[in-house]
Design a binder for this molecule. Structure first.
Ligand code: GLY
Length: 388
């Protein structure tokens, strides 16, 4: 009898230890070690190349030109990992790969300048106080502002396609650069443009449940021409990364303005994401919450990483009750991303850090692949988590 009790006791202790491990802190140390190995290997492989590696899948790299919207993420991953480790080899690579973007700040044909310039030159300035990096960010902010139309009250996203004046939810991510430069230089005009863009987006991009359309196009008088998708499953579906861009974007707007309406918007988007009935148990979303083939639809680790990072900022802006919920949700995501299910084994995965992201499923492009922006927002989320 005593032996039986002892066995039950030992089994109980072992089970609760497993449960604790499962529900414990994410293994960020292992993720950072993996990042160091992968980022250095990628640096070695792409140092002298004209392009960057944007993603990897089925043994093939998807390369990008330096004016691609994703070109800032590898330099940004290097800067964040340098900040996390102090490894000077990473700083050297970060400087090298950031310098490759020298022509980007002057570009005016794209709205993606914030994505490209904030992780690269922006972090270079924040981490090293290099004035030339600051000048690059200031120039990029002016280039982005040149795409603002006063009558419509929004920054134009794309110059391709049949839309009259397309604005995508992703564009919310580029406002951080305008707010930042307005603070550095005192140019209130840049802040005004960012606030106008955020307000008009709030007016027209969101459905009653606070999910968002991907592309809203405007007529010249500022009225809405159409509400459609580009990367989502259908015009009325909820494209996972789009919801994450909105959450992150409005959190940033509140950081810079302290306007309650932006905080409320971020909280509503967080509630939508966290309450979705078809969110998989591990909280790594399908590429679209309305994707065909759920529960076997491909996942998007990048949307999860952006969500975790945004929640880790938002938790610092809300009541104790919400703070607990946001932290716990972000922690759950990070625990899964730091596990073998998503974290690559060093030396594999085309030298990327995370597996299982989806870029543009409707075009069968980058489906269930390793993608550079997933790595960047994952590392940023780890940095924010460690700073708590
Ligand atoms: N900004 C494009 C995307 O999220 O795929």
């Amino acid at each position: 009898m005593r032996l039986k009790l002892l066995i039950v006791f030992i089994a109980g202790v072992a089970l609760s230890a497993c449960a604790r491990q499962e529900a414990g802190a994410p293994d960020t140390s292992r993720a950072i070690e993996t990042a160091v190995v992968q980022l250095k290997a990628a640096g070695e492989a792409w140092k002298d190349a004209a392009n960057f590696a944007r993603s990897w899948g089925d043994g093939t790299f998807h390369e990008m030109e330096l004016d691609d919207w994703t070109s800032g993420f590898y330099p940004g991953s290097l800067w964040v990992t340098y900040a996390l480790t102090g490894d000077e080899e990473l700083a050297e690579l970060a400087r090298h790969f950031t310098a490759k973007l020298a022509d980007v700040p002057a570009m005016t044909h794209t709205h993606d300048l914030g994505f490209m310039v904030m992780p690269s030159y922006g972090l270079q300035y924040v981490i090293t106080s290099d004035e030339s990096a600051k000048a690059a960010v200031v120039q990029a902010a002016h280039s982005l502002a040149s795409r603002f139309n006063e009558r419509i009250g929004l920054i134009r996203s794309w110059d391709f396609g049949d839309w009259n004046y397309p604005v995508i939810i992703d564009n919310m991510m580029n406002l951080e650069m305008l707010f930042t430069v307005a603070e550095w230089t005192g140019e209130e005009q840049l802040k005004r443009i960012a606030v106008s863009h955020a307000d008009r987006t709030m007016e027209n991009h969101f459905r009653p449940d606070c999910s968002s359309w991907h592309v809203v196009s405007y007529n010249d008088d500022g009225s809405v021409e159409s509400k459609t998708t580009w990367q989502g499953a259908s015009d009325d579906s909820r494209w996972a990364r789009g919801q994450a861009w909105g959450l992150y974007g409005y959190t940033v707007c509140y950081r810079f303005t302290h306007e309650e309406r932006f905080l409320e918007q971020a909280k509503k988007i967080a509630a939508l994401i966290m309450g979705l009935p078809n969110m998989p148990e591990d909280k790594i979303p399908y590429w679209d919450y309305d994707a065909p083939g759920i529960p076997d639809a491909p996942r998007d680790a990048s949307a999860a990483a952006v969500t975790a990072s945004a929640l880790l900022e938002l938790q610092g802006m809300v009541s104790a009750e919400l703070r607990k919920q946001y932290r716990s949700y972000a922690e759950d995501i990070l625990r899964v991303l730091c596990s073998d299910s998503y974290l690559a084994a060093p030396g594999t995965n085309g030298d990327f850090i995370l597996m299982h992201s989806t870029g543009a499923a409707p075009f069968n492009s980058e489906v269930d692949d390793a993608i550079c922006y997933a790595d960047y927002y994952f590392l940023e989320a780890i940095q924010r988590y460690k700073a708590l």
